[in-house]
Design a protein around this ligand. Structure first.
Ligand code: BEZ
Ligand code: FE
Length: 279
């Protein structure tokens, strides 16, 4: 009999209530979500106390969210869900630079700087020259590519986490390539840092015996007309957290060389080319 709830037919009972005339994609996504949610409770034989704990956890997760803090995205990140959605939506041919998670610390509107400029404004950390080219799959330079970069400072914090301590736009900048597709800027050799772990997600990591650290990385958003946008990082190869990034953002192809240099404009040099895919 249609409509009555039974343990066996629980998901079907819920999904049968949807109107036939709703948006078909909404119907598909919601029906699948309900099926998986009910299957989860059945497989785990979820207890009432566990369900209450889950509701309380989600309530606390929402409670700590603000304009500056998005605990649900941290939850998605630490459960590997952000990287899964990113992977599904950014399948690329071999040779193209891979995407990784955006994270919560990108700020739109960073100053446009000249090639070769420094982005570190607090005088902390070991300087590093980042250079390379933005090219297409055939290795041809892409002119007019916009490279938006950001990293933490030497203490492991982004400027927006320390607005009273760090100068505004510290370790951030936008660079635009010329006809040779080349970019060049001086930042710092970034350091590993914990994601914000003073909320429910940090507690969850603690209960699971997981640390909250991300391996050292430089963030990039690379955009160019006629090409798919690239959201990525480059990682420092000798970082102890490379194999256990708390948000699962590391990809082998994104581990960049970091070479010590004597007598150059910076103590380190990190070469890396970005390969974009046509739209
Ligand atoms: C980041 O790399 O900035 C980041 C990514 C995910 C969660 C927290 C921080
Ligand atoms: Fe980061």
């Amino acid at each position: 009999m249609a409509g009555y709830f039974t343990e066996e037919g629980s998901a079907e009972a819920v999904n049968a209530r949807m109107d036939e005339n709703i948006d078909p994609r909404l119907a598909e996504v919601m029906a699948c979500l309900v099926r998986h949610l009910h299957a989860f409770a059945k497989e785990t034989q979820l207890t009432q106390a566990e369900w209450e704990y889950g509701i309380d956890f989600l309530t606390r997760t929402g409670g700590i969210c603000s304009g500056e803090r998005q605990e649900f995205i941290l939850l998605s990140d630490t459960l590997g869900f952000s990287m899964l959605v990113d992977a599904i939506n950014n399948r690329r041919p071999p040779g193209a630079t891979e995407n990784t998670v955006l994270g919560p610390f990108h700020v739109a509107g960073a100053p446009i700087r000249q090639m070769g400029d420094g982005i570190s404004l607090d005088g902390k950390g070991e300087s590093c020259l980042y250079e390379g080219r933005v090219v297409d799959l055939d290795g041809r330079p892409i002119a007019g590519a916009r490279i938006d970069v950001w990293s933490d400072n030497a203490d492991g914090f982004y400027d927006v986490q320390q607005p009273d301590i760090q100068p505004r736009w510290n370790n951030r900048g936008v660079f635009v390539t010329g006809p040779d597709g080349a970019y060049r800027f001086i930042g710092i050799k970034p350091v590993s840092y914990p994601i914000p772990d003073d909320g429910p997600v940090g507690q969850m990591l603690g209960h699971l015996g997981r640390h909250p650290y991300r391996p050292a990385h430089m963030h990039y958003i690379v955009t160019a007309e006629g090409h798919q946008g690239l959201v990525t990082h480059t990682f420092v190869g000798d970082d102890p957290y490379l194999g256990s990034d708390t948000v699962f953002g590391v990809k082998k192809t994104l581990i960049a060389p970091f070479e010590r240099v004597a007598g150059g404009p910076a103590a380190w040099r990190s070469p890396f080319d970005f390969v974009l895919v046509p739209d």
